[in-house]
Structure formats: structure tokens, C-alpha cells
Design a binder for this molecule. Structure first.
Ligand code: AMP
Length: 419
């Protein structure tokens, strides 16, 4: 029986990992420029954490969460996103995250959602994101979004758009909800069962419906921004002005609500035209209530998550390249047990000197050894046979121009390579 990876998951193969690592390192360098520190949280948490944080009536919690019971009968879930865990960790480690200080954290890793797999949508996917905890100022919103843009620019991805919107707060959300319900009432019979169920419980979620038939009925929907309270409106206007001042191109998307219930005020998405239906490569926003909902003091916060899988797709489509990775310097072909033993010893000496070395351990054939060395792109090949062992000197083949030279000891080769 042959096994294959579970539906909606895939292997990220070595060449992809090279690109992946380059992207990750570039992103982390920029996070660090802005003074973010890394945090690692468990891949599974109590399922109640996500019900409480992400929201019981979201697609993520209702339909997509991988929930299981462990042997101790605890209900656990594979994390569907990163923010809930970071906030849980923030609250659990208060002595580390001193009160009243701006806490800036970044995380990365796999997330799990039982979604219908398609291009750019997986059941195990990877996110890298930030959380900024402790400031209600709109400057934070603008700064974090600007950092997102800087990341894509740094990676060579210019063709992006930022869609921004505001989903209001506890004061204006009820008004927004009622206005939305008034509009939806007339189109409700045409919408899918999920939308119909959400009409009473959580009408804002209707806007997040992925059903394309439903989407067509949303045209002409009143802009929720008009129902924002004074505070949310001022906040939103200031964020837009700051984006303008900092020359961050953006557009207001009146349908943007995001798939998680914890957002308040600003929400945003960074999109790439190179992706099809799943065009968001980054999503986030402000979540001023989440920390208190999870049992902490009311603390404002803002964050985003970049979808690594989609970012990788864009990177490949643009045919962007990663800096050359260090190739093999020396390929050692040992003949017979004694020759192979010597080859391993020499390789170890070379590696101590940070010289990339590989030993041919497949057969006793010099021809095959040289073929492998060429295939690997090695710079030098050394054959260690009986003669070499007896006379204690080696012939080094320079594979690029097929010249060769003799060395008496390995230090000579080290000096030559280091030059
Ligand atoms: P979210 O956590 O839903 O706000 O998503 C943030 C980002 O993660 C999105 O903009 C996507 O790039 C990525 N993402 C979310 N869900 C998936 C998925 N199922 N497969 C691949 N990427 C995803």
C-alpha cells in the first residue's frame, strides 16, 4: 500500500525550503527592525480558547477546526490561527510581559483549518505574524500596515494592494448590525443556508460568506463606515490619513469584515493580483476587546498574519530568486574501506574549517563518483585510492576547467580554498 499526504496538506521539498527560508529570514529581519521579539506557542490548545477568541459562530470554529479529545478527556484543537495562542501566552506570563509596556511579538508556524482545498488554500498552511499589545493609537495601525508593505517590497513584490476597512466597536457595532440586517432582509431568501442562519446570530459574518452566488447579492449594500461612532470614525480617518502621509497605497473595501470575530475598528488585507480567488497574502487588524474577553484587563492590540504558502506562490510566479546558497566545495571519492575511511576523516577536517564537503559512499567507481561530483556542482574532487594512501599525497581535480594539481597535505587545500 502506498501512502500519500493527507488531503489539503503537502510536502515542502528541499528547493522550495530554500525559498521558504529566504522569505522567512527576510521577514524576521524586518520584524526585528521594528523591535518585535519571537514567541513560540503550542500547536494545540484547549478548543475552548479558539471558541472564545475567534468566535463560536465563525466558519473557522463552527466548521473548520480540528478538534480531538486526548487520553485525559480534554477537548483540544489544532490551532487554526496564531493570535489566540499569543494572547493566551501573554496573559499566562504576565511577569514577563510587564504591565503598561508595549509588547511586540512575532510567531510563525503551521495552522490547521478543515477547508475545501484548492489553489492557495490548504488544511495545513503556514503563517508568520505579529501582535502589538498595549496601544490604542491609530499610529500603531498605520505603522504595522506599513511594515507589512515594507516586507513585500523588500522581497521584490510590488504589485500589491492594501484593502482597509473599519468594523467599529461595541458602541457602533449594534447600529452597523441593524443597518446590515435591514439591507439583507430583502435578499435573504436568495442567500445560502449559512447566511440565513447567521442573519439573526451574527449578521456581520454574512459579508464573509465565500459562496460566490451570495457575493453577487451584496452589491449595493450600505457602507458600514457611515454607521461608525465618533471615536471609531476619527480613528479610521486618522489611519487613512497616516497611510496617505506615508505614501502607502490603499483602498477602502466596504465589504471587508475578516473571518474572525475578535476584530474591532481597523481591519485590513494585503492582496496580490497574481493569485486567483485566494488573493489575500496577509490579513489582520485591531482587536481591542480580545484580551479582556480572555480574562485580562482591557488592553488594546493590533496584529497581522502573512500566509506563507501564498506568499511563496507569488514569489515563484514573479520568478524572484534567492541569494545563491553555498554549494559543495570538495567532493571526496574514497576507494575501498580504507580509502573511504580516510575520505570521511578528511571531510571532517574540512568541515571544521567551514568548507562544504561531501563523501562519495555509493560504490568504488571513480567514474560514478566524478559524475555525482559534477551533478552536485562541487568545485573540487579528490580521489583517495591505494597510491594516494601509500604516498600520502592527493590529486585534486578542479571540476570547472578539468585541471588538476597535487597537494601533500590537506592544509594546502584549505589554504587554497580560503584564498
Ligand atoms: P486569517 O488568519 O484568516 O486572517 O488569514 C491570514 C492569511 O493566512 C491569509 O491572508 C492567507 O494568506 C493565509 N491563509 C489563511 N487560510 C489559509 C489556508 N487555508 N491556506 C493557505 N493560506 C491561508
Amino acid at each position: 500500500m502506498k501512502f500519500s499526504s493527507p488531503r489539503g496538506t503537502r510536502d515542502i521539498l528541499p528547493e522550495e525550503c530554500d525559498v521558504w527560508r529566504h522569505i522567512t529570514n527576510t521577514i524576521i529581519t524586518i520584524f526585528q527592525l521594528y523591535n518585535y521579539q519571537e514567541i513560540k506557542t503550542p500547536i494545540f490548545e484547549s478548543s475552548e480558547l479558539f471558541q472564545r477568541a475567534v468566535g463560536d459562530e465563525t466558519d473557522i470554529v463552527e466548521k473548520e477546526m480540528y478538534v480531538f479529545e486526548d487520553k485525559g478527556k480534554r477537548s483540544l484543537a489544532l490551532r487554526p490561527e496564531g493570535t489566540a495562542s499569543v494572547v493566551r501566552a501573554y496573559l499566562q506570563n504576565q511577569s514577563t510581559f510587564q504591565k503598561n509596556k508595549l509588547v511586540k511579538l512575532f510567531y510563525s508556524g503551521p495552522m490547521f483549518r478543515y477547508e475545501r482545498p484548492q489553489t492557495g488554500r490548504y488544511r495545513q498552511f503556514y503563517q508568520i505574524g505579529v501582535e502589538t499589545i498595549g496601544s490604542q493609537l491609530p499610529m500603531i495601525d498605520a505603522e504595522v500596515m506599513a511594515m507589512g508593505v515594507q516586507i513585500f517590497k523588500k522581497l521584490g513584490i510590488d504589485d500589491i494592494t492594501i484593502a482597509v476597512h473599519s468594523v467599529g466597536c461595541d458602541v457602533c457595532r449594534p447600529v452597523i448590525r441593524e443597518r446590515l440586517k435591514d439591507f439583507v432582509a430583502s435578499i435573504l431568501p436568495n442567500l445560502c443556508t449559512d447566511c440565513q442562519n447567521r442573519y439573526e446570530k451574527n449578521p456581520l459574518r454574512i459579508l464573509d460568506c465565500k459562496n460566490s452566488d451570495c457575493q453577487t447579492y451584496f452589491a449595493g449594500m450600505p457602507d458600514m463606515v457611515n454607521a461608525l461612532c465618533h471615536e471609531c470614525n476619527d480613528h479610521f480617518i486618522t489611519v487613512l490619513n497616516l497611510l496617505e502621509d506615508n505614501k502607502i497605497k490603499h483602498e477602502v473595501d466596504s465589504h471587508l469584515v475578516r473571518g474572525l470575530d475578535y476584530y474591532t475598528k481597523t481591519v485590513f488585507e494585503i492582496r496580490s493580483s497574481l493569485l486567483g480567488a485566494q488573493n489575500a497574502i496577509c490579513g489582520g487588524g485591531r482587536y481591542d476587546n480580545l484580551i479582556s474577553v480572555m480574562g485580562g484587563r482591557k488592553t488594546p492590540a493590533f496584529g497581522f498574519a502573512i500566509g506563507m504558502d501564498r506568499l511563496h506562490m507569488v514569489f515563484n510566479q514573479l520568478k524572484l530568486s534567492v541569494p545563491d546558497k553555498a554549494g559543495i566545495d570538495v567532493f571526496l571519492i574514497g576507494l575501498g574501506t580504507v580509502g573511504q575511511d580516510k575520505a570521511l576523516k578528511i571531510a571532517n577536517v574540512l568541515r571544521q574549517e567551514h568548507i562544504h564537503s561531501e563523501v562519495f559512499l555509493k560504490s568504488n567507481s571513480v567514474k560514478n563518483g566524478i559524475r555525482d561530483a559534477v551533478q552536485l556542482g562541487a568545485k573540487y574532487a579528490i580521489i583517495i585510492g591505494e597510491n594516494e594512501l601509500e604516498n600520502n599525497h592527493f590529486t585534486v581535480k578542479k571540476l570547472e576547467d578539468k585541471t588538476q594539481f597535487e597537494i601533500k597535505d590537506i592544509q594546502e587545500l584549505i589554504d587554497r580554498i580560503n584564498k
